[in-house]
Design a protein around this ligand. Structure first.
Ligand code: GNR
Ligand code: NI
Length: 167
């Protein structure tokens, strides 16, 4: 198992649109395992392949307290529905920044598992929010894109300054 390096905003590679997975082999299974390990170690409740500079449509999520409800979703397609809800979001690619974002309360998910088998389920609450956040990453979108340009500019500067200070 390997921990993968997570890209930080404003790295332009985070803006890449991911392409569909068409090969369900051992390499994909190994990559998904490494994504889960990286997510748990961070620690985070979700991770998209985009964040580790792999531009394929793969996300992992686990919103449980006990690391017991991992979902690995390949080629996820979302149909969000229901009420709009505001919630504080963070992102492993935008470290230590937390801002309120509007999402749909529920989401119907169709995807494939690591072996290519179709999966389908409905999620709500934190799981629904997290899946929407991860699918945005696959489109090159970050939660800061929902904020005002003033706030987004301040966040970019803060992260650039921090990266410069740390090296
Ligand atoms: O760990 C994470 N927490 C989180 C909190 C609120 C809304 C979304 C998230 S996802 C984030 C991990 C991450 O950056 N995934 O892309
Ligand atoms: Ni994120």
């Amino acid at each position: 198992m390997t921990r993968l390096k997570i890209l930080h905003h404003p790295d332009p590679r985070l803006r890449t649109k991911a392409t569909p997975v068409d090969t369900f082999d051992d390499q994909l299974a190994e990559f998904a395992k490494n994504m889960l390990e990286t997510m748990y170690a961070a620690p985070g409740i979700g991770l998209a392949a985009t964040q580790v500079n792999v531009h394929k449509r793969v996300i992992v999520v686990d919103v449980s307290d006990t690391k017991s409800e991992a979902h690995t979703l390949i080629n996820p397609v979302l149909e969000p529905f229901g009420a709009r809800i505001q919630g504080e979001e963070g992102c492993l690619s935008v470290p230590e920044i937390y801002e309120s974002v509007e999402r749909f309360e529920q989401v119907h998910v169709t995807a494939q598992d690591v072996s290519g088998k179709p999966i389908e389920f409905t999620a709500s609450g934190m799981l629904a929010i997290c899946i929407q956040h991860e699918c945005d990453h696959l489109e090159g979108k970050l939660f800061v894109d929902y904020l005002s340009s003033l706030k987004r500019g301040r966040i970019s500067k803060k992260l650039r300054d921090r990266a410069k200070a740390i090296g």
